[in-house]
Design a protein around this ligand. Structure first.
Ligand code: R5P
Length: 293
């Protein structure tokens, strides 16, 4: 297998090459003056299975999806025998059903576009809803980075911390972290108005007095969910509050708002390279790709 370094995930792809021993294929990329993307494989892939590692987080998630599609097409034209897309953060994964009449299912549209571009298999990390993968037109898997994030906190001395999910639907995330942290786990409840986007968070039977709590979620976007959860934790007497997320999009002033709400540290992964991407997905992706060979 060869690893193709998508322009949005070059350091991660190079780390995966180093950890797996699979040769790295550099990519030449540029954006034309009119905003269109250009990519070119800078090594031979004829007769090879390839994995393209390319995250599709903001900014320019649409452009990054097109770069991925163009790389898949380039690899197939250059004679690659199989193309696996490794997309650490998959854009549009939250539009995974028709919430309101007249909507489409964006994540399924993306998958069909990628299939048409030449992708044969798909791997992502903590996709928002695993059920989406069953509708993809190729074999598709999601791996979980939560144990790696929990391990980061264990190494900082927080074993036994309470793992809290801000939403009942994400309780499985708190439970995965609990296995590593060894403390208790629980969840808040969150409801969203689909027209205004406003959310309401509530807690039932939450016992976090004097505890260290780590709020764990798949995505932080505007930060509203974490700010609301931190407020509830403070009201319930938590001593220390941290936050771990797989995909720290941190739109606008989200990071500041979360820290101002009393969260002592935000920990994310390199699915979204930036200030909080303190945990690398390279071991997780390397293990998955080695299993696939
Ligand atoms: C939604 O269900 C997700 O799991 C996250 O909780 C959500 O995307 C976070 O968004 P925000 O940071 O804007 O509250």
């Amino acid at each position: 297998m060869k690893i193709i370094s998508g322009p949005a995930s070059k350091p991660l792809a190079e780390a995966v090459s180093a950890q797996t021993g699979f040769p790295n294929v550099p990519v030449v990329s540029k954006v034309f003056p009119d905003g269109e993307s250009y990519v070119r494989l800078d090594d031979d892939v004829k007769g090879e299975e390839v994995a393209i590692i390319q995250t599709t987080c903001p900014p320019m998630q649409d452009g990054r999806l097109f770069q991925l599609a163009f790389l898949a097409d380039s690899a197939k034209r250059a004679g690659a025998t199989k193309v696996t897309a490794v997309v650490p953060y998959l854009a549009y994964a939250r539009q995974d059903k028709t919430f309101l009449a007249g909507e489409g299912i964006s994540v399924e549209t993306i998958a069909r576009m990628l299939k048409a571009a030449g992708i044969d298999e798909f791997l992502t990390v903590n996709i928002h809803s695993e059920h989406s993968l069953a509708q993809f037109p190729f074999p598709a898997k999601t791996a979980s980075a939560i144990p790696l994030i929990a391990d980061y906190f264990v190494k900082k001395g927080y074993s036994g911390a309470y793992a809290l999910s801000p939403d009942k639907g994400a309780m499985y995330i708190a439970q995965q972290a609990q296995k590593v942290l060894g403390g208790n786990a629980g969840h808040l409840n969150k409801t969203r108005d689909r027209y205004t986007g406003q959310t309401v968070q509530t807690a039932e039977g939450l016992n976090v007095k004097d505890q260290t709590v780590i709020i764990l979620d798949d995505i932080i976007s505007t930060g509203g969910t974490i700010v609301g959860a931190a407020k509830i934790l403070r009201e319930n007497g938590a001593k220390h509050v941290f936050c771990g997320c797989v995909h720290g999009l941190l739109i606008g002033d989200a990071e500041k708002r979360i820290l101002d709400a009393g969260v002592e540290e935000i920990v994310g992964t390199d699915s979204v390279p930036g200030a909080v991407s303190k945990v690398s997905l390279a071991p997780l992706i390397s293990q998955a790709l080695k299993g696939a060979v």
